[in-house]
Structure formats: structure tokens, C-alpha cells
Design a protein around this ligand. Structure first.
Ligand code: MLT
Length: 241
């Protein structure tokens, strides 16, 4: 488990990389695919997004841009999962750039298996990893501009907790992975009050200042969508289940 993209070694790749940005990019990706988006294509760079998406007919694409929690001017959407309705998303490609989440996905894109995880699809991610049994797995929390984020860490802990149970393995057997042990402990302490934890988190507070209370509530749900976003080609995530 590496907390932020900055701490993720890019010179070698894991067999499977799980990128997490619970508030809110990966939650939004899962929601968009669940309501019928054809794919979600992610960019760290806004200009690149504009260039690539220009080749798509306007009725076949949507552009989502977020910086600092707010919608970027000129884009169709910001980064709220609640804006992803089937009327809007059906059969369209979502071109998306966010402050940290899409960057985390970009950092791990060379891995043979790249998954987007949030609390809402935790079970789908865990089931996939248990069925594939990759030798090395990275769990990369997007964080905030290089800093640790509580919401991503608790989600990493939730995933690790279920993976360990599925493998009949204890934390002691994974000795030496302090980050994983801390993430699991955080999850065990907060699993019944994830919304409360989000209210403590610095990005949670930022979103509350922007009146995104309902987004926090939505993102705090666990295992509500059986949807697995998986990278089909570099930067393009599709629904695997
Ligand atoms: C990000 O990529 O940093 C986030 O998803 C920010 C947000 O809440 O929109």
C-alpha cells in the first residue's frame, strides 16, 4: 500500500494496481459506469482532455473537470457522483480530469491490471482480486496534492480487510507492511461511522464548505454497487462487471 501517487515507484509495476479516490473521483467513475457510460477516459491534464475529446461527437461524450473540489468552467460536469444519471451518461464516454484521482490512475496505468476502487464497489474489487490471485497488488490512495487522506486510507483498509479474510491470512503474516496495518486499523475503528470519519477528513471539510453534504453521504456507503471499473487500454476504464 502506497499512500499517494508521489510514493508510488513508477520504474516497476505491480501485477494489479488498485487506485482509490473515495472523495470523489473513483466513486464517480463507478457511478458513471453503473448507469451506462460506455467508458471513462481519465486525464491529469485538462488541455489533453480537451484535445482528445474533440474528436468525439458532442452527443457521444461528456466532459467532467474538477479542480479544488469545484467544477472547471466550460465543462459539462464537475466531479459529483450524484450528477451521473442514466439520462446523462447512457452510451456516452465520460472524459474526466480531477485534482488527484485521475492522476493516481495515470501513475499506475502501466500495470497489467488497473482497477478503480471506492467504498461503494469494495466487494466487486475484492472478489476480482481473489479470483485472479495476482502476485503483487498495489493499493494507491490518491490523497490530496501529495498528502495523506483519511478517506482513501480507510477504503484501502476496507479492501485489505476483506482480502485478508478471503485469503485466510492475518495481518501478522504480512509483517513489515506498516501502511497496510494502519489502514486496516483505521477501517476497524471507523467502519460503522464512515460518514463521521469523512467529516474529520480535510477534503471532507473542503467538500462540506462547498455544500456537498449529499456527496459525502453517497461516498460513505459500502458495497452498494456491483461494478468493477477496469482499464481496457491506457487511460480508458470500462465496466468489467
Ligand atoms: C480529486 O481528484 O482530487 C477529487 O476527486 C476531488 C473532488 O472531490 O472532486
Amino acid at each position: 500500500l502506497y499512500h499517494t501517487p508521489e510514493l508510488t515507484p513508477v520504474q516497476n509495476v505491480a501485477d494489479c494496481a488498485i487506485a482509490i479516490d473515495v472523495l470523489r473521483a473513483t466513486t464517480t467513475i463507478v457511478k458513471a459506469l453503473s448507469v451506462g457510460a460506455e467508458a471513462v477516459q481519465v486525464f491529469s491534464d485538462l488541455d489533453k482532455l480537451m484535445q482528445e475529446s474533440a474528436a468525439w461527437a458532442p452527443e457521444k461524450r461528456l466532459r467532467a473537470g474538477e479542480r479544488g473540489g469545484g467544477k472547471v468552467a466550460g465543462y459539462d460536469l464537475g466531479n459529483s457522483p450524484l450528477d451521473c444519471t442514466s439520462e446523462r451518461m447512457h452510451d456516452r464516454r465520460l472524459f474526466m480530469s480531477t485534482t488527484n484521482g485521475t492522476r493516481a490512475l495515470e501513475i499506475v496505468q502501466a500495470s497489467p491490471s488497473v482497477l478503480a476502487a471506492a467504498l461503494i464497489n469494495r466487494r466487486a474489487v475484492v472478489d476480482y482480486v481473489l479470483s485472479q490471485r495476482p502476485e503483487t497488488v498495489w493499493i494507491v490512495g490518491a490523497g490530496w496534492e501529495g498528502s495523506f487522506a483519511l478517506e482513501d486510507t480507510v477504503c484501502a483498509g476496507a479492501i485489505a480487510h476483506s482480502l485478508l479474510a478471503g485469503l485466510n491470512c492475518t495481518l501478522e503474516e504480512l509483517a513489515g507492511n506498516d501502511e497496510l496495518a494502519a489502514a486496516v486499523a483505521l477501517y476497524e475503528q471507523w467502519k460503522d461511522n464512515l460518514l463521521g470519519l469523512f467529516h474529520l477528513a480535510s477534503h471532507g471539510k473542503r467538500l462540506l464548505r462547498l455544500d456537498c453534504h449529499d456527496d459525502l453521504k453517497y461516498c460513505a456507503q459500502t458495497d452498494v454497487l456491483d461494478v468493477l471499473p477496469i482499464q481496457r487500454e491506457i487511460g480508458v476504464l470500462v465496466r468489467n462487471r
